[in-house]
Design a protein around this ligand. Structure first.
Ligand code: 26Q
Length: 786
């Protein structure tokens, strides 16, 4: 893109959008103008891409969440115009970096599952794959987190407050959605998904819910103002908020409405496009279309699809079911059987009775099949889609799905061997593994330009950005002192930048020369932030006992949001913050260790944390973390993993070598063996260090402000039998961390571990994952535009 064009574009959009001249523009207005200038530039290719894809077989990714983060920097980089735009702005005395920073994150997701969807659509675009993402345009994404006096507080996220430059409302494709008690509009907003180094522009279509009518004119004339807009508010409520990740709080009627809303809109949209090509002939529908369910959240799509075919297109039930069986694939992201979504059938009956009728018919077809295969009635019960007055969404997805996949090797094995074992016996060929991945564009090229430059220097080209396996080519430098020194000086630079950012955001000063030990992820008991916290407290006491304790100066960094109704998670947030304060108040210990809990952890914060890390903490109870993807982001930024034998940690260590990482703790088999006899009180009695730190929860050492949080944590460990094996893994954790500190002394050896992680990370590109989905489930091929 020519600089002159960029400049003219910015001035033009400042004029027509904001009615001002450059000299008067605020940062967000410049952000809008730059974004629109780029958007204008890509529209033709975007339309051509859509047209090209529509001629062949297409995949649809159905996901309730897309955790996109910021768009501007990534889009400029992927289009290859970053430097030009930077130059143009700097000639105008504007710092592009500052403009990037004012963009609100699109936080339309909770964590891993939503971020995975975002990486997937980006990879598909980069690979020219004919894939469209469907989701919900929440007006408020994941809540904003504040920390007040050590407690988490929440407030609403308002990412749309300045308008949103990166999407286009498509009124021509509005769909009408029917519930038994209301009818609403689904309005699509299309977001361009810009791949790296390609002309193709893919589409993320996010549905917003609106009322059919703005307000009731008669009520308004009657001066009943509130009543006049109540219909509108009710409709807008449907796409208003993203539900926090909470499986206990099932039965929320609005969540079910939401799921049906975007499922129905997406099915209608896909069918409309099919009819534009083939009329009412559905015989070849599954030849041209395939849909992937991102967990069970969009699974009601299956029933809605069959409903439309039967009721509106006059297809026979058996044919409709047969088409659905070729059309849908299902990805599972959780191991826990109790975490699988179930809906009360009375709720379904109340909102969309016809959907329940269809579900009964699908269930009947399933039961018939099982009887034909001579399953007895008792066995059949486990498979049923409707049982105990509940609709079991995973059973529906597995029965109808053409494929069922887990998200890491261990996870898929556990599904086959335990949770879904009965299904695996019935349909062994449906089960597949697709180990997760991350996009190297955002998670290395964009967030760590310095390391990217080193890689490009060594490999002689930027091809690795699109073909991450090329990183293997770095291995030959593993004993090259110059290269290792450059790597570590880049790491230091990124730590300095992170320290500056933390100072700006948190008002906390940390020492970039200290060791940065980082745990960042949603707060959950199974992820065991508590184990890390107890370890740090133990370290505090050991330094008190021996001020000369031989460890490197260390900064422990946490970032995590706790689900607002998850009391124990909030207790852990407070506990970590109290430990931070406790240590800060000790002039002796605080010379050696420091704890920082960064507030409002989100994608854009993550982009600063991963590059500035020395250690990646991935310490979930074995068997609980389906995959993890943050672990991959650390690895790609040349940081060793400290973790349990769980999820993708296993594959990470397989690639880069156990000796370059720290694997500790009970494994799935170990837990299986001890689970009935496990007695956390024994550890508490026998291990004085454990007793010392666990007692701080109840002896007044640390203060939870009379909330009862800490006593509750104490009870979770000792009275409720420590379900996540925190105490069982304590000593093993400690030993491993000791090894980390020991190894860190040898600077060269440490640099080699970091480097090995970098050159072994190629397989964790989401490009690889998407190619596997494309080849093994979707059967789609790249369709580059001319
Ligand atoms: C369910 C019911 C009601 C309301 C919300 C929910 C809900 C929402 C989000 C349930 C689960 C989620 C998100 C789950 C998630 O992020 N899982 C993670 O998926 C990643 C990508 O596969 C894995 O790497 C992680 O291991 C897994 O925890």
């Amino acid at each position: 893109m020519e600089k002159q064009r960029i400049k003219e574009g910015i001035e033009r959009y400042l004029k027509v959008k904001h009615g001002i001249k450059l000299k008067d523009a605020k940062d967000y207005e410049i952000f809008n103008a730059v974004s629109l200038t780029v958007l204008e530039e890509i529209i033709d290719n975007w339309n051509t891409t859509t047209e090209t894809y529509s001629k062949g077989r297409m995949a649809y990714y159905l996901s309730a969440e897309y955790l996109m983060g910021r768009a501007l920097g990534n889009n400029l980089m992927n289009l290859g115009v970053y430097d030009e735009v930077k130059d143009v702005l700097s000639e105008l005395n504007i710092d592009l970096n500052r403009i990037e920073e004012i963009e609100e994150d699109a936080g339309l997701g909770n964590g891993g599952l939503g971020r995975l969807a975002a990486c997937f659509v980006e990879s598909a675009a980069t690979l020219d794959m004919p894939l469209v993402g469907y989701g919900i345009r929440y007006s408020n994404g994941l809540f904003k987190q504040n920390i007040e006096n050590g407690f988490q507080t929440e407030c609403e996220d308002t990412w749309l407050k300045y308008g949103e430059a990166w999407s286009i409302r498509k009124d021509n494709d509005i769909q009408i959605i029917n519930y038994s008690d209301m009818t609403v509009k689904a309005v699509p907003y299309d977001v361009p998904i810009i791949g790296y180094g390609t002309k193709n522009i893919n589409t993320l279509r996010l549905w917003q819910c609106e009322a059919l009518r703005e307000f009731d004119f008669n009520l308004f004339n009657n001066q009943q103002y509130i009543e006049a807009v109540s219909g509108r508010n009710k409709a807008e409520d449907i796409s208003r908020v993203l539900y926090p990740n909470d499986t206990a709080e099932a039965g929320k009627i609005l969540r079910l409405r939401q799921q049906y809303f975007f499922s129905s809109a997406s099915m209608k949209d896909i069918i409309k496009k099919h009819k534009a090509k083939f009329g009412s002939d559905f015989s070849e529908f599954a030849k041209y279309n395939v849909a992937q369910l991102n967990d069970t959240h969009p699974t009601i799509s299956i029933l809605e699809f069959i409903r439309i075919l039967i009721d509106e297109e006059h297809v026979e039930f058996s044919s409709a079911l047969a088409i659905a069986k070729e059309f849908f694939g299902y990805t599972n992201h959780t191991i826990l059987a109790e975490a699988l979504e179930k809906w009360d059938i009375r709720l379904i009956d109340r909102l969309f009775p016809r959907i329940l009728q269809i579900a009964y018919k699908v269930d009947e077809a399933l039961v018939n099949e099982l009887r034909q295969r001579s399953y007895d009635e008792g066995a059949i019960w486990n498979f049923k889609i409707i049982a105990n007055d509940q609709m079991r969404m995973a059973n529906l997805a597995i029965y109808v799905g053409r494929a069922v996949n887990g998200v890491a090797a261990l996870h898929t094995e556990i599904l086959k061997k335990t949770e879904l074992n009965h299904w695996y016996h019935l349909y062994p060929n449906k089960f597949q593994n697709k180990t997760n991945g991350i996009t190297p564009r955002r998670w290395l090229r964009l967030c760590n330009a310095e390391l990217s430059e080193l890689i490009t220097d060594l490999l002689g080209s930027e091809d690795w950005v699109k073909n991450l396996e090329l990183l293997k080519g770095l291995e030959k430098y593993k004993n090259d002192d110059k290269v290792l020194e450059r790597l570590m000086s880049i790491k230091h630079e990124k730590k300095v930048q992170l320290a500056e950012y933390i100072k700006q955001e948190e008002g906390i000063i940390i020492d970039p020369n200290s060791f940065f030990d980082i745990q960042i992820k949603r707060l959950h008991e199974y992820k065991r932030q508590l184990l890390n916290a107890l370890y740090i407290l133990d370290l505090y006491y050991r330094i008190k006992e021996n001020p000369d304790l031989d460890i490197p100066k260390t900064t422990f960094i946490f970032g995590a949001k706790a689900f607002p109704g998850y009391r124990r998670a909030k207790g852990i947030v407070k506990f970590i913050n109290e430990i931070a304060r406790f240590i800060d108040n000790d002039s002796e210990v605080s010379k050696k260790i420091k704890v920082v809990f960064v507030h409002n952890y989100k994608v854009s914060y993550a982009q600063k944390l991963f590059p500035g890390s020395d250690l990646s903490k991935q310490i979930s109870t074995a068997g609980k973390e389906a995959s993890g993807t943050g672990n991959m982001k650390f690895m790609l930024n040349a940081t060793p993993t400290f973790g349990t034998y769980d999820g993708a940690n296993i594959e990470i260590v397989q690639e880069s070598g156990e000796h370059n990482n720290y694997i500790f703790g009970l494994r799935v088999e170990d837990i299986e063996k001890i689970k009935h006899s496990y007695d956390p009180k024994w550890y508490y009695r026998e291990n004085p260090s454990i007793k010392r730190v666990v007692d701080t929860l109840i002896n007044g050492t640390l203060d939870d402000g009379r909330t009862g949080y800490f006593e509750d944590l104490y009870n979770a460990l000792l009275e409720e039998r420590d379900q996540y094996y925190v105490l069982a893994d304590f000593e093993l954790f400690k030993k491993s961390q000791e090894q980390v500190f020991e190894d860190y002394k040898d600077k060269k050896k440490w640099a080699q571990k970091c480097f090995a992680n970098l050159y072994s990370s190629g397989i964790f590109s989401s490009d690889r994952t998407i190619k596997q989905y494309a080849d093994e489930i979707w059967y789609i091929k790249p369709a580059p535009i001319k």
